[in-house]
Ligand binder design. Structure first.
Ligand SMILES: [Zn+2]
Length: 427
């Protein structure tokens, strides 16, 4: 792994900015012309040492100074494995040709350097709006910091899709239920540059991410488009129909919800929605209203002439005819599965109430010559004059009047002449 490898100083030469870095603790060579002249005159060379803008003095041999610098650099590079370190550019050794190459206090210079030599690393600065904010070991760490900050608010999957889609010239049309990232960036504007800095100021990726987010130095802005389906609710419309009887109703047209596709432009700041605008609204399916017909036709009060069984189930417990020395004028129906008594045909209630041995009884005039009688009811649900429909409820079977147990006594007559109900009804 390149980033964890110790890189020798020679490596600096491949980096433009590092050339000066290397030179900074290399003896500046005398020019060839100057050298030639010095040989001729038998001059000696001394070396002036400068550090942090301060002149420390001269030495006759630069090697101990250079060795010291190299040792300090090597020690520091052990502490900061990922960094390339060198002496500050404020440290220089300048040779001079002199007649009397004598120097003094060389050890003092070494000691001063040992104490005060400033070392610098080549870092990669993260610049926010032209202000250097944090320093990373290299460009890879810088890229990693940017990625990790984005990944705090956008999943790796979303980012991968976005990376892929931003390369595409033509994006497939967004489908309902889909969300697409159109822009993903860090604000303020981020850039990077190579920067010499004290190694101690260089942050790890984790430190830089924490600092930038915790100190609210940056925000992650995501611009998305989202398309959704939204139901268009159908309405219920009521109309009247002369084809239906009063009280009847019918669904003439089934209702159905429609659909519209809504497209939103959404902005998220640090994972929270900070803006939403509707940018598309297409009806893809119109709603169909439910139409209900309510009848207006008056109920028929004239019988059909065809009679229905006036009870719910049950059996004929007694037929019409002579019984106990008396004429039994109708039939008896007993043991029904439900005690509801029903009109045998359309008609108008002629009488409803207590009537001697009949108990509670109802008489229906079918307006066509026929009349039916329902006797011994426990209770009556209709009133005289009321129009009743074939099968509609007249009351509840009972045992009122002269009766031996719960049953319905049922008679039919036509134009006042008694008829045998069994000729008209069957179960
Ligand atoms: Zn009877």
């Amino acid at each position: 792994m390149q980033k964890n490898t110790h890189i020798p100083h020679r490596g600096f030469e491949s980096i433009k900015i590092a050339v000066a870095f290397v030179l900074s603790f290399t003896v500046i060579q005398a020019s060839p012309v100057f050298a030639k002249e010095s040989e001729a005159d038998g001059l000696g060379t001394i070396y002036h040492v400068y550090n942090a803008g301060e002149y420390l003095g001269a030495v006759s041999n630069p090697e101990p100074v250079q060795t010291l610098v190299e040792e300090k650099v090597a020690a520091k590079e052990q502490d900061f494995e990922k960094l390339r370190i060198g002496a500050s550019k404020d440290f220089t050794i300048v040779p001079e040709q002199v007649f009397e190459p004598t120097v003094k206090e060389e050890q003092t210079i070494i000691d001063a350097l040992d104490e005060n030599l400033e070392l610098e690393a080549i870092s990669f600065a993260l610049v926010l709006d032209e202000e250097q904010t944090v320093y990373l070991s290299n460009k890879e760490d810088y890229e990693e910091v940017l990625h990790r900050i984005k990944a705090t608010f956008v999943s790796e999957e979303e980012m991968a899709v976005w990376e892929k889609e931003r390369e595409m010239e033509q994006l497939p049309e967004l489908q309902p239920g889909e969300t697409r990232i159109l822009e993903l960036y860090i604000a303020p504007k981020v850039s990077g540059l190579t920067k010499r800095i004290a190694p101690e100021k260089v942050m790890t990726v984790d430190e830089a991410v924490d600092y930038l987010l915790d100190e609210k130095q940056v925000e992650v802005i995501v611009k998305k488009q989202r398309k959704i389906n939204k139901a268009i609710k159908h309405e219920k419309i009521t109309q009247t129909s002369a084809d239906l009887y009063v009280g009847e109703s019918k669904v003439n047209q089934q209702g159905k919800d429609g659909n519209r596709e809504l497209t939103y432009a959404i902005t998220e700041t640090n994972g929270k929605q900070s803006g939403r605008t509707e940018i598309g609204n297409d009806v893809t399916q119109e709603a169909v209203n439910e139409i209900v017909l309510n009848g207006t036709k008056p109920l028929p009060s004239v019988g059909t002439g065809v009679f229905a069984w006036p009870a719910v189930g049950g059996y004929i417990s007694s037929e019409q005819g002579m019984r106990w020395g008396r004429m039994h004028k109708g039939i008896d129906i007993a043991r029904p599965s439900d005690f509801t008594i029903k009109a045998a045909d359309h008609g108008i209630v002629r009488a409803a109430g207590a009537d001697g041995s009949f108990g509670n009884r109802v008489i229906v005039d079918h307006q066509n010559g026929y009349e039916t009688i329902y006797a011994h009811l426990a209770s009556i649900d209709v009133q005289p004059g009321q129009v009743v429909q074939k099968g509609s409820k007249l009351g509840i079977m009972g045992t009122t009047g002269r009766s031996t147990g719960i049953h319905l006594h049922f008679e039919i007559s036509k134009n006042g002449v008694l008829k045998n109900p069994l000729h008209y009804i069957s179960q």
